[in-house]
Design a protein. Structure first.
Ligand SMILES: Nc1ncnc2c1ncn2[C@@H]1O[C@H](COP(=O)(O)OP(=O)(O)OP(=O)(O)O)[C@@H](O)[C@H]1O
Length: 682
C-alpha cells in the first residue's frame, strides 16, 4: 500500500499520548477523544468554565487524518498502520520519510526511538526492512545526524565537528563528511541508535525531563550493487511549542527560537505545497531542516508525518496548534518518482563530459599545429591560401590546406550531431506522449466496450457514452498526429545519419596522422553515445509513466480494500450498507479498468532502437573501452535489447462500435454486466 488511502503520497496520522502522573496531579482532564480509527474530537476546556462572554464560542472541533491513535495504542499499532508499507516502497526503489512532529513532551521520541521494552519506529522499520530484503543482494547503511541551533553534527562520529550542507547542480542535498556505517543485523542497528541517542542534545525543560532540543535524522540507505537503491529518512523533530510556554530563559530561549525557526520554515514549506498553487515558490532555504528535507516533501519521496499530542487539558493550546498544522499538511500531494535504476544514464553523461573535454583539447592542439606549419611555410616562402579556399587533396608541401579542410569538416560533423540530438529528443517526446495517449485510449475503449454490450441503455447513459466516444476520437486524432511527427522525425534522423556517414568518410580521407584519425573516432563515438543516452532516458521516462499508472491503481486498490473492510465488519444500517455496496462496486470497477492498459502494454523497449547507430560500428570498436568512464555492461545490455526489440504498442485501429469483438489491443476480460465501470472513471 504505497499511498495514503486518499491516493496522496503524504500520510498524516496523529498519536495521542496518555496523561502522565504529573498531569493527573495537576487535575488536568482529557480533552482529546478518538472518535474512530481516523477522527479525533478536541474539546476546549473553556467549555466547562462558566464564562458568559464565551458561552457561544464553538467548543468542540473534529479533525480527520489518515489514522488516529488513542492513548492506548502500541508501537506496533502505529507501525503496522502507518509505516510498515513504506518499507515495501523503499525496496521498490522509492525514498520514504517519516517525521515525528509535536510539542515538547508529546511523545515524539517515544514513537521514533521508544524504549528497550517498547522499541519505536526506527527499530521496527529497519527490522521490517531486513525481513524484506535478500542480504546477498542488498546492504543497509546508516547515517545519523542532529540539527541543533542550525548546526549539523554527526551523531555517529562526534569528533567530525560541525558539518555543512551542500547542494550539487542537480539540487541533490548532501552532507560531506557525514559518516555512514554498515548495519549487518538488528543488534548492530539498536547499538548504533542507542549510541547516537546518547549524544543528542537533551535538557530538562519544564514540560519534559529529557527534552530533545535538536532534530534527529536517521538515514537508512538501501544499497544494491554499491549504489543507492532506496532511502528511508526517520526524523525525530524537536518540540514545536512556543518558547514562552515552557518558561525557558537564556540558552533555552535561544534554542526555542532556533527550533521554532526551523519548524516555521517547515510549516511554510508545507503551506506552500498544500496551497495547491503549483506556481507558488516553495522556499526550502530558510533552515537546515527544510533544506535536508527538500527531497522528502517536494516530490521524490513518500512521506509520513506522525503528529503527537497529549490528551491533557493543560496542553490544549499546543494540541490545537499541532492538529491544525497536521490537517493543513494533509493537503500536500507529492509526486513520488522512483529512483532511476542505479542512475542508468549517469555513465553516459560522465563519458560525454570527458569526451567533450578531449575533443576541445585535441582541437586546440590541432589549431596550434596548423599555426606552426603556417609559420614554417612562411619562413620557407610558401604563402597561406586566401579566403579559406582549400584543396580537397592534402598537399605534403602545404599541410595547412588539409588541416584547414579537416577542421571545417569536423565542425560540420559536430553541428550535424547537435541537430541529430535535437531530432532524437523530439522523437522521444513524441514517443512518450503517444505512449500515454495509447494507455488512456485503451482504458476508455475497455469501458465503452463493457457499456455497449448492454441491451437497454438509458438516455443519460447514452449521452455519457457519446462523450466517452468523443474523448476516444480525440485521443485517436492526437495519436495520429504524433505518429506523423514520429514518421517525419525518423525520416530526418535517417537522412542526417547518411550525411554524417558521408562526412565521417571525408574526414577519415582527410586525416593526415594518427592524432587526426583519433579525433574522428572520438567525435563519431560521441555522437553515438549521445544517441544511446537519449534512448536510455526514453526508456526511463516510459518506465516512470508505467509506475505512475501503477501508483494510481494502487490508490484505487486501497480505497477498494477499505470499503471491503467496512462491509465485512458489518455493524451498519441497511441504507448505509446499500450505499457502501454501490460505492464498492464502482471502486472495484475503477481498479479493474485502471489495470487494463497496464496488462496490455509490453513494457520494455524503446521505439527508437533502429534510430540508433550500431554499437559495434567500426569507429566504436576502435575506441578503447577504458578510454572513457562509460559503464560498458550497460552498452552490452542495450545491444541485447536491440536484438530483442519489438514495437512497443500495437498498430492503432480507430475504434468503431461494430469492431467490438475484433479489437485486438484490449483485454476483453471485463467484469460481468452488473459490474459496469463508471463512465466518468478517468
Ligand atoms: N504513547 C506513550 N505511551 C506511554 N508513554 C509515553 C507515550 N508517549 C510518550 N510517553 C512518555 O512521555 C514522556 C515524554 O515523551 P517523549 O520524550 O517521547 O516526548 P517528546 O515529544 O520527544 O519531547 P521532546 O520534544 O521534549 O523531546 C516520556 O517519559 C515518554 O516515555
Amino acid at each position: 500500500m504505497p499511498a495514503s488511502p486518499d491516493g496522496s503520497q503524504l500520510t498524516v496520522v496523529v498519536r495521542v499520548r496518555p496523561m502522565n502522573e504529573q498531569e493527573k496531579t495537576k487535575r488536568y482532564f482529557q480533552c482529546v477523544f478518538p472518535l474512530d480509527k481516523k477522527r479525533l474530537l478536541l474539546v476546549d476546556p473553556e467549555k466547562y468554565e462558566k464564562n458568559i462572554l464565551r458561552a457561544n464560542r464553538q467548543h468542540e472541533r473534529q479533525f480527520g487524518f489518515d489514522s488516529a491513535f488513542g492513548p492506548n495504542s502500541t508501537q506496533e499499532d502505529v507501525h503496522e498502520a502507518t509505516t510498515a508499507h513504506l518499507v515495501e516502497s523503499v525496496v521498490q526503489g522509492y525514498n520514504a520519510t517519516i517525521f515525528a512532529y509535536g510539542a515538547t513532551g508529546s511523545g515524539k521520541t517515544f514513537t521514533m526511538i521508544g524504549t528497550k521494552e517498547q522499541p519505536g519506529l526506527m527499530s521496527l522499520l529497519t527490522r521490517s526492512l531486513y525481513d524484506k530484503i535478500d542480504l546477498d543482494e542488498y546492504t543497509v547503511q546508516l547515517s545519523y545526524l542532529e540539527v541543533y541551533n542550525e548546526v549539523i553534527r554527526d551523531l555517529l562520529n562526534p569528533s567530525a565537528g560541525i558539518l555543512e550542507l551542500m547542494e550539487d547542480d542537480k539540487g541533490n542535498v548532501r552532507v560531506p563528511g557525514l559518516s555512514s556505517v554498515r548495519a549487518p543485523n538488528m543488534n548492530r542497528i539498536m547499538q548504533i541508535l542507542q549510541e547516537g541517542n546518547l549524544r543528542r542534545t537533551q535538557e530538562a525543560t519544564e514540560a519534559n525531563k529529557t527534552s530533545s532540543r535538536s532534530h534527529a535524522l536517521l538515514q537508512v540507505n538501501l544499497m544494491k550493487n554499491n549504489r543507492q537503491h532506496g532511502k528511508l529518512f526517520l526524523i525525530d523533530l524537536a518540540g514545536s511549542e512556543r518558547a514562552s510556554n515552557t518558561n525557558n530563559t537564556g540558552q533555552r530561549l535561544k534554542e526555542g527560537a532556533a527550533i521554532n525557526r526551523s519548524l516555521l520554515a517547515l510549516g511554510n514549506v508545507i503551506n506552500s505545497l498544500s496551497s495547491g498553487n503549483k506556481t507558488r515558490y516553495v522556499n526550502y532555504r530558510d533552515s537546515k531542516l527544510t533544506r535536508l528535507l527538500k527531497d522528502s516533501l517536494g516530490g521524490n519521496a513518500r512521506t509520513c508525518m506522525i503528529a503527537h499530542v497529549t490528551a491533557a487539558s493543560g496542553h490544549y493550546e499546543e494540541t490545537y496548534n499541532t492538529l491544525v498544522y497536521a490537517s493543513r499538511a494533509k493537503n500536500i500531494t507529492t509526486k513520488p518518482v522512483q529512483n532511476r535504476p542505479s542512475s542508468a544514464d549517469a555513465g553516459y553523461t560522465e563519458a560525454l563530459r570527458e569526451m567533450r573535454k578531449e575533443v576541445d583539447r585535441r582541437s586546440i592542439h590541432l589549431t596550434n599545429s596548423m599555426n606552426q606549419i603556417s609559420d614554417n611555410n612562411r619562413r620557407n616562402g610558401i604563402e597561406r591560401p586566401k579566403n579559406g579556399v582549400v584543396s580537397t587533396t592534402p598537399s605534403k608541401k602545404d599541410g595547412t590546406r588539409g588541416v584547414s579542410l579537416f577542421t571545417q569538416l569536423k565542425e560540420q560533423y559536430m553541428t550535424l550531431s547537435d541537430k541529430q540530438k535535437k531530432l532524437r529528443q523530439r522523437l522521444m517526446r513524441a514517443n512518450q506522449e503517444a505512449y500515454e495517449v495509447s494507455m488512456g485510449r485503451t482504458s476508455k475503449i475497455a469501458i465503452l466496450m463493457a457499456w455497449e454490450k448492454q441491451k437497454h441503455i438509458e438516455e443519460k447513459t447514452a449521452q455519457s457514452i457519446e462523450r466517452l466516444k468523443a474523448d476516444v476520437a480525440e485521443l485517436e486524432e492526437r495519436a495520429e498526429a504524433l505518429a506523423d511527427t514520429r514518421r517525419k522525425t525518423e525520416k530526418s534522423i535517417r537522412k542526417n545519419t547518411e550525411l554524417q556517414k558521408g562526412l565521417e568518410n571525408r574526414l577519415r580521407g582527410q586525416a593526415l596522422n594518427k592524432e587526426q584519425t583519433e579525433l574522428v573516432d572520438l567525435i563519431v563515438r560521441m555522437s553515438e553515445i549521445e544517441a544511446e543516452k537519449i534512448s536510455v532516458r526514453n526508456d526511463l521516462a516510459l518506465h516512470d509513466i508505467i509506475m505512475k499508472k501503477t501508483d494510481n491503481s494502487m490508490a484505487k486498490l486501497q480505497k477498494y480494500e477499505n470499503l471491503a473492510e467496512k462491509l465485512i465488519e458489518g455493524n451498519i444500517e441497511e441504507s448505509d450498507r446499500q450505499q457502501l455496496e454501490q460505492e464498492y462496486r464502482i471502486v472495484k470497477n475503477q481498479f479493474h479498468y485502471h489495470l487494463i492498459p497496464l496488462k496490455n502494454i509490453q513494457s520494455t523497449v524503446s521505439w527508437n532502437t533502429e534510430m540508433l547507430p550500431s554499437i559495434t560500428s567500426a569507429s566504436s570498436s576502435k575506441m578503447s573501452s577504458t578510454d572513457f568512464p562509460l559503464d560498458h555492461t550497460f552498452v552490452l545490455n542495450r545491444k541485447k535489447k536491440q536484438r530483442d526489440s519489438v514495437p512497443m504498442l500495437p498498430p492503432m485501429q480507430r475504434y468503431h462500435s461494430q469492431d467490438l469483438e475484433t479489437m485486438s489491443d484490449v483485454d476483453l476480460d471485463s467484469p460481468t454486466s452488473h459490474h459496469l465501470p463508471p463512465l466518468n472513471a478517468f
